[in-house]
Ligand binder design. Structure first.
Ligand SMILES: Nc1ncnc2c1ncn2[C@@H]1O[C@H](COP(=O)(O)OP(=O)(O)OP(=O)(O)O)[C@@H](O)[C@H]1O
Length: 271
């Protein structure tokens, strides 16, 4: 019994815990032999080539998918034994799929504030003043306070990404999941987003974060841990400084890669 209690206590400190996880679809193993834990104060980057299983992993963490085998705990709750509709509001999740669901005529402020009501597409005549104030603060923190009254459909890709990050923070989530937030951005847009995410990563009040990307250049300073995924399996996982090596990156992407560090940023190219 004492053992059971200590396991539960450990789980309470973890925002994600996966043990022996396998996800199978149509004969494919999207994830296999997979173990992973994320603690409250950690900021993880998940790197891997196309098809490695990164989005599958994020969907498990977002309680949008159940494993075929193995055990997944999210925010201390075991998937399969918890009402996911109660769990999901505690998780901030941005992805290209969310972007596609925002009506283009929706006002930017409403895209953010409506997260507190778990809806997309404005459906109320007015929101609480406190909620509106918080949404305005989040937009300002992401550098797009001046766009609050614009229609979402008129924003650039970079402005949309930042709007959705503000939206995912609106409910004060215990974990923030970001699926390729810099995809489709130009160099300036990417650098701006990396800087915003870096500020968030260094903020001790910010939630635990998991960021999925294909590119080491997109790792914001302040991210503490890295998981390298290839073919549904972990190649390496742990502290950024230990995991991000030329050898591990080469194994992950199946090419002879040279990883270089410049200040607090990473760059990679073929040797
Ligand atoms: N329903 C399904 N049936 C069969 N295979 C699937 C299914 N869904 C995903 N897959 C496959 O599982 C693998 C992992 O997909 P996933 O989207 O998790 O990869 P990813 O690392 O996010 O890739 P990308 O970087 O291209 O977005 C891919 O090869 C994909 O084709």
């Amino acid at each position: 019994m004492a053992h059971v209690n200590s396991v539960q206590e450990n789980l309470d400190d973890l925002v994600v815990h996966m043990s022996g996880v396998e996800v199978r679809r149509g004969g494919n193993k999207l994830l296999a032999d997979f173990d992973w834990s994320v603690e409250l104060d950690e900021r993880w980057v998940v790197l891997g080539p196309n098809g490695a299983g990164k989005t599958t992993l994020l969907k498990l963490a977002a309680a949008e998918l159940h494993p075929t085998n193995g055990v997944v705990h999210v925010l201390g709750e075991r998937l399969g034994r918890v009402d996911v509709f109660e769990l999901r509001p505690r998780i901030g999740f941005t992805s290209a799929a969310v972007n596609g669901r925002v009506p283009p005529e929706e006002k930017v402020l409403d895209v953010v504030v409506s997260a507190g009501y778990a809806v997309l597409g404005r459906w109320r005549e007015s929101y609480d003043a406190l909620d509106t104030e918080r949404a305005e603060e989040l937009l300002a923190a992401l550098g797009i306070g001046h766009l609050a009254t614009r229609m979402y459909g008129t924003l650039s890709e970079g402005e949309r990404k930042r709007t959705l990050i503000a939206r995912s923070l609106m409910t004060d989530p215990e974990m923030l999941l970001l699926d390729e937030p810099a995809a489709g951005l130009d160099l300036g847009g990417r650098e701006d987003l990396v800087a915003r995410l870096s500020s968030l990563a260094f903020d001790p009040d910010a939630p635990a974060m998991v960021l999925v990307t294909h590119h080491v250049e997109e790792i914001p300073p302040g991210f503490t841990h890295a998981l390298l995924l290839a073919d549904g399996r972990a190649v390496a996982a742990g502290l950024v400084d230990d995991v991000l090596t030329s050898e591990n990156l080469s194994e992950t992407f199946g090419q002879d890669l040279l990883l270089e560090r410049s200040g607090d940023r990473f760059f990679a190219r073929r040797r």
